[in-house]
Design a protein around this ligand. Structure first.
Ligand SMILES: *[C@@H]1O[C@H](CO)[C@@H](O)[C@H](O)[C@H]1NC(C)=O
Ligand SMILES: *[C@@H]1O[C@H](CO)[C@@H](O)[C@H](O)[C@H]1NC(C)=O
Ligand SMILES: *[C@@H]1O[C@H](CO)[C@@H](O)[C@H](O)[C@H]1NC(C)=O
Ligand SMILES: *[C@@H]1O[C@H](CO)[C@@H](O)[C@H](O)[C@H]1NC(C)=O
Ligand SMILES: *[C@@H]1O[C@H](CO)[C@@H](O)[C@H](O)[C@H]1NC(C)=O
Ligand SMILES: *[C@@H]1O[C@H](CO)[C@@H](O)[C@H](O)[C@H]1NC(C)=O
Ligand SMILES: *[C@@H]1O[C@H](CO)[C@@H](O)[C@H](O)[C@H]1NC(C)=O
Ligand SMILES: *[C@@H]1O[C@H](CO)[C@@H](O)[C@H](O)[C@H]1NC(C)=O
Ligand SMILES: *[C@@H]1O[C@H](CO)[C@@H](O)[C@H](O)[C@H]1NC(C)=O
Ligand SMILES: *[C@@H]1O[C@H](CO)[C@@H](O)[C@H](O)[C@H]1NC(C)=O
Ligand SMILES: *[C@@H]1O[C@H](CO)[C@@H](O)[C@H](O)[C@H]1NC(C)=O
Ligand SMILES: *[C@@H]1O[C@H](CO)[C@@H](O)[C@H](O)[C@H]1NC(C)=O
Length: 497
């Protein structure tokens, strides 16, 4: 109990350190204001990318603010043939799922030797998150992958919804014969349902990991063998009459992150298998820790009986009060935003009339949302231009350069071919580039096809001169919150305690 208090205290402190007075925070009690209506998973209000991905409708201005969610069809993704060039930057992606199946933050490396793509974690970074652009509402998702290894390094393969329903498979680098499985309902963990399954070396060998998520059960499999099943009827809460079971549309995320970084709370470090060694053989030989993603399949399930289906394109929530299966409908609403200034309240607002644009620049309040792509020096507009990443922007200002060009240059495995390409991005989008090199940013992010190797190289040069973020408590938390991994970590803490 004392430990719990200490940990909560630490969390609180981290939040305080991260706090930036110009950032509008959001939670269950504090919904976002109308001009920055979307609550990001990091608990901050904004427009644009804040309204996509893990935008939380329960904490946003209203349920219209977060964009409708693109619907998965049955899919097979093979991460070969220069796949990284097809993955878009999460920090600039505005919702058009026809442009890409995946977005990312962090570091992707093509790995032709194994017809795969690497999710990398260079020294002192927060790693990489790959997120589907579409949402699954029940179905099976299976991934053929090799996890990362060594103490403090975590690989995660999860389903994560806007309201924090979550289903997990996680790999701790110090226990390569274990996959930790887990599920959450609206961010609440029933930790009696926490469980490990065994696998024969998740790092050296590819295995196929599957989460089969149906209306009334979840099962977790390795190499086609169901290892664990839990039923919805086991999650009934007598007090509320609610099944505390994941039941809302979720994105697929695959990630690598540093649970064992010194900036993490001690409980997290222990859960992650101990302190991470930023001078390990992986860092020396390759320039980064890594996990290898080969293939991923999605098989959708039938739409639940009784669902309102007014269309076929997107999931929306229909209630402000509860975010359960019954509150999801299927509609034909627009899923993308015209610009960073827009939100689900009016996805084309910025393009709808020129008068609204000129009006916005004259009003300091609305300039916040119109400044997203500019390096304005006004404190208000910069806070909101980076609104898509505000808490992270506050920590990036504390960062210092840690990457030498040789570290980044050594991206390819020693025996992989020259055709490997690297894409580098950054945790934060606009904020990072603000005042840095807008040309490089524009070039990079305007490529509808992702980053070409040339552009990546330019970007690496840019990173080299502008500095790379060191980890800090803030980084770790921004990453975790952003990933939906915070809950996993908290669960781990509780478990340990
Ligand atoms: C994906 O589906 C294909 C075709 O059914 C199958 O051959 C492959 O093994 C599957 N891969 C994974 C990771 O489930
Ligand atoms: C799961 O495996 C991890 C890593 O070996 C271990 O630390 C943890 O105690 C295990 N949890 C359970 C519930 O067995
Ligand atoms: C584990 O995998 C190794 C190859 O990586 C294999 O030699 C061994 O037989 C496997 N063990 C079991 C129990 O499957
Ligand atoms: C839950 O449902 C499963 C499958 O329908 C059934 O086998 C099991 O007995 C049920 N358990 C409870 C606690 O009702
Ligand atoms: C938590 O899990 C236990 C064990 O399956 C179950 O008995 C209990 O009802 C669950 N509670 C909730 C609220 O899900
Ligand atoms: C059931 O819901 C009530 C009210 O939200 C909550 O206080 C309680 O902890 C829940 N029970 C379980 C087992 O999660
Ligand atoms: C679906 O269509 C009906 C009939 O037009 C309408 O009343 C309802 O509000 C619509 N629901 C949604 C979520 O669009
Ligand atoms: C938004 O603009 C696009 C492109 O001009 C157009 O196709 C779309 O119908 C507009 N959407 C709405 C909701 O007006
Ligand atoms: C549309 O843009 C104008 C001008 O920027 C702004 O004042 C207004 O709040 C926006 N409306 C919506 C619904 O986004
Ligand atoms: C390097 O190549 C060898 C032999 O072709 C192969 O066994 C090994 O897995 C490769 N290692 C890496 C890291 O690519
Ligand atoms: C990877 O894709 C990009 C964009 O399509 C292309 O410019 C580049 O030449 C490709 N690289 C390789 C090695 O195929
Ligand atoms: C992102 O870019 C900012 C600004 O250049 C930099 O300070 C920060 O270190 C970078 N973060 C990562 C994780 O690369």
């Amino acid at each position: 109990m004392l430990l719990q208090t200490l940990i909560l205290g630490t969390l609180f402190l981290v939040q305080q350190i991260q706090a930036d007075s110009s950032v509008i925070k959001c939670d269950a009690e504090n919904k976002c204001p109308e001009d920055t209506p979307c609550c990001s998973s990091g608990g901050e209000c904004g427009t644009g990318v804040y309204c996509l991905g893990s935008c939380n409708p329960a904490f946003s201005f209203n349920i219209e603010a977060c964009m409708p969610m693109s619907i998965f069809e049955d899919s097979r993704f093979t991460f070969n043939n220069n796949y990284s060039s097809k993955v878009l930057d999460s920090n600039t992606y505005l919702g058009d799922a026809s442009k890409a199946d995946w977005t990312y933050t962090g570091y992707l490396v093509d790995y032709p030797d194994e017809d795969s793509m690497i999710l990398a974690m260079p020294k002192d970074t927060t790693g990489t998150v790959l997120s589907s652009t579409r949402y699954l509402w029940y179905g099976k998702v299976s991934a053929r992958l090799k996890s990362s290894h060594l103490a403090g390094v975590v690989t995660a393969f999860i389903l994560y919804s806007q309201v924090e329903d979550e289903i997990d498979m996680e790999f701790i680098g110090s226990a390569l014969n274990v996959v930790e499985t887990n599920h959450f309902w609206q961010g609440v963990l029933n930790h009696t349902l926490y469980g490990n399954i065994t696998v024969n070396n998740s790092f050296d060998d590819f295995h196929t990991y599957e989460m089969d998520w149906q209306e009334d059960y979840i099962s977790w499999s390795v190499d086609g063998q169901v290892e664990r099943t839990m039923f919805k009827n086991e999650t009934y809460n007598e007090t509320t009459g609610v099944y505390q079971f994941p039941q809302t549309p979720a994105r697929i995320q695959v990630s690598i992150w540093p649970g064992g970084d010194a900036s993490q709370p001690q409980g997290v470090i222990e859960w992650a298998g101990g302190a991470i060694d930023w001078d390990s053989s992986d860092i020396k030989d390759n320039g980064y820790y890594y996990m290898v993603l080969n293939e991923l399949n999605v098989t959708t399930a039938n739409v639940p009986d009784g669902t309102v289906q007014n269309g076929t394109k997107a999931y929306v929530y229909t209630s402000e009060d509860s975010f359960l299966q019954k509150d999801v409908a299927i509609v034909d609403k627009q899923v993308y935003l015209a610009s960073e200034k827009d939100s689900g309240l009016d996805p084309n607002n910025s393009t709808s009339s020129s008068s609204s644009l000129s009006k916005s620049s004259s009003s300091s309040r609305s300039s916040s949302s119109s400044s997203s792509s500019h390096s304005s020096s006004s404190s208000h507009s910069s806070s909101s231009s980076s609104s898509s990443s505000s808490s992270r922007s506050s920590h990036s200002s504390r960062s210092s350069s840690t990457h030498s060009s040789s570290t980044l240059g050594a991206h390819a495995f020693s025996n992989s071919t020259n055709s490997s390409s690297v894409s580098f991005s950054n945790e934060t989008s606009t904020s990072i580039y603000t005042g840095v090199d807008i040309n490089t940013l524009t070039k990079t992010s305007s490529s509808s096809n992702g980053l070409s190797p040339e552009q990546s190289t330019g970007f690496i040069q840019n990173m080299k001169t502008t500095g790379q973020s060191r980890l800090s408590a803030g980084d770790g938390f921004a990453l975790m919150r952003n990933n939906g991994i915070l809950k996993v970590v908290l669960a781990a803490l509780w478990y340990i305690i």
